[in-house]
Design a protein around this ligand. Structure first.
Ligand code: NAD
Ligand code: TYD
Length: 369
């Protein structure tokens, strides 16, 4: 039986990972450590709340001694580190917290792991898995080959730079102290429980409310999109079978321009309204409710400063070494995602206006803090 400490488990990917892990490894203990920032929502952990091996700790990875205490208390053998400030636009207007959480916070966790596992260790097999991003590699030109694990780091935003710094610290703790680590660098994710500030859920909720769909610049920036459950399966594979000290790129082999993505979201919203007449009553401001194309809401706005033009992942290493391939296609997984947001309006309304905190108090009483 493994005992996991999952940081950032109330966020988008962390929550999906916890759902996946509990389904796939029901005998394991899973302790989530999360500060419940604007991006962390206990409502996203509702499906695993009753699982006997699950526990939630409301706390900050930057707090000295906290992770150390939890690792001893729960005899943690596997630390899976998702906690981060994760939105590029926020890092442009307020970079400090990105450095504090993503760099200093990661360092606190590394120090805790070194102390508990290496200095006081029981000899059990342990692993520190660090979840990172393809943005550490910088921006590609149209004809450049995709990022491999040996592409030099060239982060362009404060977010990307903070993640790059954390990757380097993880690497250094392996080389200097022998901490058993793995790192994964993944492309853009989408799916259930994503805070509607990232491209796909923002476009969806704006479309349903009949608000403009803000496309930055010319909309021709390219990202590689991966369904969140595929990312979680890939992380699981790296944890269970990845070589210690190695990094693995994870991607969907699915490069699209932002404009293509937004147009597809609009088409799928139109389809959903045609298939379900109740949607017009629920979302009367969506153009689809009046049988007009949702894409009429697309609005080109000022570009993001320093906007990376293109990301693309070469996933050959994880395919070759660990046999990992995504199971979803973009078309099917986007349909699932649109379906999820249509079926879970209370979740996204509550996380956007902050009222989920009242819901948390109601559901969990004092245990949330
Ligand atoms: P998210 O913003 O949805 O969630 C982050 C979580 O971390 C939240 O629950 C938040 O409350 C928690 N958190 C933030 N600061 C904390 C702190 N100081 N202490 C404890 N908890 C804290 O992020 P996400 O999209 O789920 O991303 C998770 C990880 O995956 C991040 O490390 C991110 O860099 C990486 N990643 C994300 C993507 C993507 O497309 N979203 C792609 C590749 C990699
Ligand atoms: P985002 O979801 O913020 O992810 P990242 O910046 O980490 O790739 O943005 C994805 C792409 O969509 C990026 O090129 C910026 C663009 N974008 C828009 O055009 N409009 C928006 O409102 C947002 C949030 C993003």
């Amino acid at each position: 039986m493994a005992s996991l400490l999952v940081t950032g488990g109330a966020g988008f990917i962390g929550a999906n990972f916890v759902h996946h892990w509990v389904r796939a490894h029901p005998g394991d203990r899973v302790v989530v450590l999360d500060a419940l920032t604007y991006a962390g929502n206990l409502a996203s952990l509702e499906p695993v709340k009753a699982h006997p091996g699950f526990a939630f700790v409301h706390g900050d990875i930057r707090t000295p001694g906290l992770a150390e205490r939890l690792m001893r208390e729960h005899e943690v053998t596997l630390l899976v580190h998702f906690a981060a400030e994760s939105h590029v636009d926020r890092s442009i207007v307020g970079p400090d917290v990105f450095i504090e959480t993503n760099v200093a916070g990661t360092h606190e966790l590394l120090k805790a792991a070194q102390k508990v596992w290496l200095e006081e260790g029981s000899g059990a097999e342990v692993r520190f898995h660090h979840v990172s991003t393809d943005e550490v590699y910088g921006s590609l030109g149209p004809g450049d080959p995709p990022f491999t694990e040996t592409t030099p780091y060239a982060p362009n935003s404060p977010y990307a730079a903070s993640k790059a710094a954390s990757d380097h610290l993880v690497r250094a703790y392996h080389h200097t102290y022998g901490l058993p680590v793995t790192t994964s660098n993944c492309s853009n994710n989408y799916g259930p429980f994503q805070f509607p500030e990232k491209l796909i859920p923002l476009m969806l909720v704006n479309a349903l409310d009949g608000k403009p769909l803000p496309v930055y610049g010319d909309g021709l920036n390219i990202r590689d999109w991966l369904y969140v459950e595929d990312h979680c399966r890939a992380v699981e594979r790296v944890i269970l079978e990845g070589r210690v000290g190695e990094t693995y790129n994870i991607g969907g082999r699915n490069q699209s321009t932002n404009l293509e993505i937004v147009r597809l979201v609009c088409l799928q919203v139109d389809e959903a309204f045609r298939a379900d007449p109740d949607l017009s009553a629920r979302f009367p401001h969506c153009p689809a409710a009046a049988e007009r194309g949702t894409s009429n809401l697309i609005t080109f706005v000022r570009d993001r400063p320093g906007h990376d033009r293109r990301y693309a992942i070469d996933a050959a290493k994880i395919e070759r070494e660990l046999g990992f391939y995504p199971v979803e296609t973009f078309e099917t997984a986007l349909r699932k995602t649109v379906g999820w947001y249509l079926a879970n309006e209370p979740w996204w309304r509550a996380v956007m206006d902050g009222s989920y905190r009242d819901w948390v108090r109601h559901q969990y009483g004092a245990t949330a803090s």
